[in-house]
Design a protein. Structure first.
Length: 586
């Protein structure tokens, strides 16, 4: 005898399990079990909720059921709590990775696309406008309104409400790390590769403190990250409760800003402010700490709360002063040996930078974080990386220059060495979005506190207007630098038939035609990847620059893989880092 069962869903809060015990007799389907689950919006299951077997209705005309029915029908045969809803949502959309054969294609390219947050007016909420919902659900909906599609979250007791709310989201996919530090590094990799803020979530106590290295790294390298942590209930804060850590105080000096949310009504505003802070001005990490009882509170959210950041808004850089830009153009026209010194602050203005170089013919030296802002494969104008691990000709150019155009840089010690000897013959023009960086290490002759993109647009506009009047000819200077390239090429020793790491990177560059995204750990292999791979565009190069955090390479590559259909991505951690992060490989 064959028995088949089919669970047939219904539009009503009742699900009937039909059983057909003998298809050959063509007997009608008999309802053997009727399940009465509670069906509410939050899909919470009360402890009293049970599945109760109910005997099928008797019928004189029908044959007896083969399933025995207890004579004590008032007492259920079995009782247990329904652990999930019988009406699950549609599964979260999983992006299918498309692996192209770009290793063998010289024309393969990777397109990085950025998306703006969706218009809140067009967003369809899963809640009725005036329907109360938990603070955790409000948080998740606020993330959806910011355009978040991926989070890197490791669950814990104080953040469990947030994770349950994430399961009810149809747009946000949680990429589960194996450690909170891996989660924040993955959020960094996502942000570095896409330009959009990365989001990570951790529980209180040790879960929150495991984010510290990643937050410090994001601050040093100006990476937009929003970290969300659970916290013990408000009444327990300050009592040394289990897994309590004052994470706001711990991270105050390594975040751009942080919040302790004590009122559930503040969640929509705090999330909006956090994303604005993380992405505006000089990007950086922001932390939101939410006590567990705030996550559990019911509320009707007000999505129209204005951002309240008067002190911050007043300090945001203004449009570049036209007189300062005219002065910079005049210095360029008067110089004989100018050099562009570009950093991570130019990653969002790559097109404007290329146009400026096209108009002026000034050679370009990049910092470690600025690789890709200008194509490294431009044999005539690219000097590649300068500094401690840079090329001889890049450092020669800076030392001999009479004008140093420092765009989006902070005069890091690994670039400058002894500050008094760095570019000692040159007038210095410093353009940066962060006023704290101007004059901090090296005093400029002309400074502009502004978005580098806007400043370059202004400079290009002036140069294009004066193209017939201003004659810029730096061919002799470029010829001198070309001699240095021939005399001191970037090379490495070979040992018989063995393959050196530098040679392997050169071969990888040739096979991928410079189109791969490279993620590294920290150490000598990091410098080899910076020196011997010719990056063509921004956001190809993922590495921990300012902090030099070990364990970065692998989780950052995972985060980058979630950000786009990126084609070829190469993660190159060193052996010690791989042993410390291999638990993050699924």
């Amino acid at each position: 005898m064959t028995t088949t069962c089919k669970l047939q869903p219904s539009n009503y809060p009742t699900t009937t399990l039909y059983c057909n015990h003998n298809p050959s007799t063509h007997e009608p389907k008999t309802p053997a079990l009727i399940l009465h689950p509670r069906s509410d919006q939050n899909r919470e299951v009360e402890a009293s909720q049970q599945w109760r077997p109910i005997a099928p209705p008797s019928s004189s005309s029908s044959k007896p059921s083969p399933f025995p029915v207890s004579s004590k029908s008032s007492n259920p045969i079995s009782r247990f709590t329904l652990p999930f809803s019988p009406h699950p949502q549609k599964p979260t959309f999983l992006r299918h990775l498309q692996i192209s054969n770009s290793l063998s294609s010289k024309t393969a390219t990777t397109t990085i696309t950025t998306t703006n947050p969706p218009d809140p007016e067009t967003k369809i909420s899963r809640f009725a406008p005036e329907e109360p919902r938990k603070g955790a659900d409000v948080l998740v909906e606020a993330l959806e309104r910011q355009g978040v599609t991926n989070v890197f979250a490791y669950p814990g007791g104080a953040s469990m409400e947030i994770h349950q709310a994430l399961t009810r989201s149809s747009t946000i996919r949680n990429v589960l790390p194996r450690h909170e530090q891996g989660g924040v590094f993955a959020a960094e990799g996502y942000a570095r590769a896409s330009g959009r803020p990365g989001v990570c979530i951790a529980t209180s106590g040790p879960g929150a403190t495991n984010l510290v290295s990643g937050l410090a790294d994001a601050l040093m390298d100006s990476i937009p990250v929003v970290a969300i942590t659970g916290q013990v209930p408000r009444r327990m804060i300050g009592t040394d409760a289990f897994q309590e850590t004052p994470i706001v105080e711990v991270t105050r000096s390594i975040t751009k800003h942080n919040y302790l949310v004590l009122d559930v009504e503040d969640i929509p505003r705090v999330v909006s402010e956090a994303f604005f802070l993380a992405t505006s001005g000089r990007p950086g990490p922001v932390l939101i700490d939410i006590p567990k009882d705030v996550q559990q509170q019911l509320m009707v959210p007000n999505w129209d709360q204005p951002i309240r950041l008067p002190g911050y808004m007043s300090r945001l850089p203004k449009t570049p002063n036209e007189d300062h830009l005219e002065q910079i153009v005049r210095l360029v026209s008067e110089s004989k040996r100018p050099v562009l010194y570009v950093g991570g602050g130019c990653l969002n203005s790559s097109e404007e930078l290329r146009r400026f170089v096209e108009l002026t013919g000034i050679p370009v030296a990049s910092t470690l974080m600025g690789l890709g802002a200008y194509p490294c494969n431009d044999e005539e104008l690219s000097l590649q990386m300068l500094g401690m691990h840079g090329t001889v000709y890049a450092n020669y150019a800076v030392d001999k220059s009479d004008l140093l155009l420092a765009f989006g840089v902070r005069f890091d010690d690994r670039v400058t060495g002894k500050l008094e000897a760095f570019a000692s013959r040159a007038k210095i023009v410093h353009i940066d979005i962060d006023s704290a960086e101007i004059g901090k290490n090296k005093q400029p002759h002309v400074s502009v506190c502004a978005d580098v993109k806007l400043a370059l647009e202004g400079l290009n506009r002036i140069l294009e207007g004066k193209e017939s009047n201003v004659q810029l000819d730096f061919s002799a200077w470029r010829a001198e630098l070309k001699e240095q390239k021939v005399k001191f090429p970037l090379g490495f020793k070979t040992f018989g038939e063995s393959i050196s790491p530098q040679n392997a990177i050169q071969v990888l560059d040739e096979l991928t035609d410079g189109n791969a995204i490279i993620s590294t750990g920290v150490g000598q292999h990091q410098m080899w990847a910076a020196q011997f791979y010719k990056y063509k565009r921004p956001r190809q190069w993922l590495t921990s620059g300012g902090l030099g955090a070990m364990g970065f390479g692998l989780p950052a590559a995972i985060g980058a893989a979630e950000s786009n259909d990126i084609g070829v991505l190469v993660a190159w951690p060193k052996s010690k880092e791989l042993s410390s992060t291999q638990e993050r490989i699924k």
